[in-house]
Unconditional design. Structure first.
Lengths: 224, 324
């Protein structure tokens, strides 16, 4: 029970500064990336008109996520942002599911991962907004409805990063804490598989989808 | 009459357990009652389907009950928890855990009654969509439980993290504030998420071809409705994990308790309001599928404005924690 909230950290002293690396999140994220790379290479190998089963699987994922992006953005913008959306969703899905494998942990359980993805989405959305509307029209939106609402509009935009990243983090970390505590209390009998199914597969998939959709919708609010 | 510390800790734990289960029973019961009343309406519309409606009512009520089951788990843990080295801070933490879970179960319980009820009604309108309605009901009410899960996480953290080295003076208030913040903020988000989920079940029954957009809009709407409870969770984490220097001044402690209360109460309204925005959007996406994108954008902008009050509460809470 003592490992509740414990983080494996690597501290490196460098010229008077201490660099902190959260080893678990980094290693797990790289495992997820490796699996995704392998999946990508494996599904696109030997492409043909008559697809083999892995190619069908890959096309299914990509086409449904492209469709989802087209629903939220228009067709031209969707072509630009769909690769990002597809990659983001697959990364998050696998990150949330990887905790079910013994000895592996979700990288999204560490706040740094959702927060950096949230900041990435925020920057991309605002870049898209500036690019499509021009800087003047973009900046003008902060002074609406009246000019003194500017600080509050700014905080409201920044709160989006907090909410999108804490939503993912809270759900995944909450699930893992509940699984840990319940497994400890029941001596890992009967209940943990069901909890893993709910918090791992179900909540993990829903939260990955929600995070991706919110990123798309933030982009679409900025460009229109 | 002087009691020793372990008596005080037990006192706090037992009071906390009573509050957790007592308040935790409120929401689920209301939600289940709503499901049952809608099921009665459904049965009276088409008595031939009473078997299906009855089954789906029971499933919906079982899901709505999960919030109060979380409260039951926390209450039982509080009753039988063996505290290794009791301190007064631990007592405050246990009482805070009870408060957090008790308040936190109200919203999700009420909220997850809505999809159950609407699914029963929809089943009579569109018997062919029965399985899809059940799926939507289950997804909607499971996402609805998220605020209650946040409350449970904070309660578990308060119960199991070791606070024995923390100074009593400001920490007791910080821990109580942490419990109240997530607990109260979860009320609005739970009800709001339920409104959106209910509208999605209604929408699926109204236009079965709009299942995809309706579910997507529901999930995004619910996610945004949960934002106030996420702010509550953030304030709770800050209050639990920040170490406060020992102080004899009472105003520091009161500021920390006030931060929790501020975020907690501030989160109730925006949660329900965002849920209403999501409910409207989901309901109309079902009628105008071709305008799903516009509806979702309108919903998000409206929710962002309605959410600004929660953001004010969060700013004041952070000021109370870090500045005062």
């Amino acid at each position: 029970m003592q490992d509740l909230g414990l983080i494996h950290q690597l501290l490196i002293q460098l010229g008077g500064y201490t660099l902190t690396f959260n080893l678990e999140a980094i290693v797990m994220a790289w495992i997820v990336i490796a699996v995704l790379l392998f999946l990508g290479i494996y599904t696109t190998r030997k492409r043909a008109i008559l697809p083999h089963s892995m190619q069908v699987f890959g096309e299914l994922i990509v086409s449904s996520l492209y469709k989802l992006t087209e629903d939220a953005l228009d067709e031209k913008l969707a072509r630009t942002y769909a690769p990002l959306v597809t990659a983001l969703f697959m990364f998050l899905l696998l990150s949330n599911w990887i905790g079910m494998v013994p000895h592996l942990h979700e990288p999204t359980k560490d706040l740094n991962t959702p927060l950096s993805l949230g900041i990435m989405g925020f920057v991309i959305a605002h870049y898209a907004g500036i690019k499509s509307k021009g800087f003047k029209a973009y900046a003008k939106e902060y002074f609406e409805p009246i000019f003194f609402m500017m600080p509050l509009n700014l905080i409201g935009e920044l709160a989006k990063i907090v909410s999108i990243s804490f939503r993912l983090f809270g759900n995944i970390m909450g699930g893992s804490i509940i699984i840990l505590v319940v497994s400890f209390l029941t001596y890992s009998i009967i209940l943990p598989p069901f909890l893993n199914a709910f918090f791992g597969i179900f909540v993990g998939a829903v939260q990955a989808f929600v995070f991706t959709m919110l990123t798309v919708v933030y982009i679409s609010v900025q460009v229109k | 009459m002087a009691y020793d510390i372990s008596t005080w800790v037990n006192l706090a734990a037992f009071t906390g357990a009573g509050i957790a289960m007592g308040l935790g029973a409120v929401g689920a019961a209301i939600g289940e009652g709503y499901t049952a009343s809608e099921a009665s309406v459904a049965v009276s519309r088409n008595t031939k389907l009473s078997g299906d409606v009855f089954k789906s009512m029971l499933v919906g009520q079982a899901v709505a009950e999960s919030a109060s089951i979380f409260a039951l788990v926390i209450a039982i843990l509080l009753l039988f928890l063996d505290v290794p080295n009791p301190t007064l801070v631990k007592g405050a933490a246990l009482f805070g855990a009870g408060l957090c879970m008790g308040f936190g179960a109200i919203g999700s319980g009420v909220g997850s009654g809505f999809p159950g009820g609407q699914a029963c009604r929809g089943m009579v309108h569109q018997p062919a969509m029965a399985s899809r309605l059940t799926t939507n009901m289950l997804i909607g009410s499971a996402v609805c439980q998220t605020p209650a899960i946040f409350a449970m996480v904070v309660a578990l953290i308060l119960m199991f993290v070791d606070f024995s080295s923390a100074p009593l003076q400001p920490t007791w208030a910080a821990l109580l504030g942490a419990g109240v913040s997530t607990g109260l903020a979860a009320i609005g988000s739970g009800i709001g998420g339920g409104l959106a989920a209910g509208a999605s079940c209604e929408g699926v029954a109204r236009s079965p071809e709009a299942v995809g957009p309706v579910t997507t809009t529901m999930l995004v709407g619910q996610a945004v409705s949960q934002t106030p409870s996420i702010f509550g969770l953030l304030i709770s984490f800050v209050l639990v994990f920040k170490t406060f220097p020992e102080t004899a001044a009472l105003q520091t402690a009161m500021a920390l308790l006030g931060a929790g209360l501020c975020m907690g109460f501030g989160g109730i309204g925006p949660g329900i309001g965002n849920g209403m925005a999501a409910e409207g959007a989901v309901r109309w996406v079902a009628r105008r599928v071709d305008h799903a994108g516009d509806l979702m954008r309108t919903m998000l902008v409206g929710q962002a404005v309605s959410q600004s009050t929660a953001i004010y509460a969060m700013v004041i809470s952070l000021v109370l924690i870090f500045v005062v």
